[in-house]
Design a protein around this ligand. Sequence first.
Ligand code: NAI
Length: 320
Amino acid sequence: MSSKLSFEGRVVVVTGAGGGLGKVYALEYAKRGAKVVVNDLGGSLGGSGHDKRAADLVVGEIRKSGGTAVANYDSVSGGGSNIVKTAIDHFGRVDVVINNAGILRDVSFAKMSAEQFAQVVDVHLNGAYELSHAAWPYMLKQKFGRIINTASPAGLYGNFGQANYAAAKLGLVGLAETLSKEGLKYDIRANVIAPLASSRMTEDILPAHILKQLGPEKIAPLVLYLTHESCKVTNSIFELAGGWYGQIRWERSSGQIFNPNEETLTPEALLHKWGSINDFTDKPFKPTEHPIQLADYNDLITKARNLPKNNDQGTIKIES
Ligand code: NAI
């Protein structure tokens, strides 16, 4: 058995830690020696209202068990720098940021108002931006940082009635992927989780016998592992529920190249080769970098230029 992962000396900020998943993370970090900033606005599932008790109760529970924690009641949207200030004022540093706070405003796209769209993006995506951005200079300076963005299967695959939520959640993927690249040489690692767990978010959607198996304590181990100083994983997306953990990654078909001559590179030429463009059976590629970082784009463009102009005869499969 490996020894227990300790967070002694680390300062962890968990947003939305007054309930649900965030509360479980906060308790577990504190149990393992971290000093925890328990942020929660204490609002409704839709984001209205506020109540300090949500964060206070969790802080009380941590202190009762001998742990160290402080409450912060700011909204992640507009309050990111104050949340980091709470960490610095009380504990002098910030090592781990868990972007977890969230709300729902589910409604079919036809009926979704600009306000319903913006409010959800504001809490999930802008909130994660603000907090991570406020913590970033400290992480750069200390050459250490761990960030978790909480996405959702809805963001990875889409979900009826959740255009706002899904857009924000996939935005969190792009944010983490970029932070992982900008942070790498400072040992700042950013990853994404797409969980499914029982909480007030899912209690009306899933049947009781399923909810029973989806306790948030089954999500916490991955969050803690990914944010430990010994863990070098970055730029990764994990889907998890009820004790199952898997990784999600991008896949690009090997595709089809055409001579880029405007007389023959037509919609009809694409139609003719559509199966080939979408064929994942022949050596698909798993990109993790923007194509401008990859030599293979240059190679493809050169190959395309050198093809015969008549694409019907001249298309070739990409050799990967
Ligand atoms: P929850 O509703 O129990 O917890 C969210 C917490 O965030 C609440 O305590 C709430 O007061 C707080 N919060 C909301 N807006 C805030 C704001 N502006 N500033 C600070 N705190 C705020 O929900 P749950 O399930 O624990 O969700 C945690 C995260 O996991 C969310 O980002 C959610 O979208 C995500 N998620 C949850 C899934 C699930 O199956 N429960 C599925 C996929 C993603």
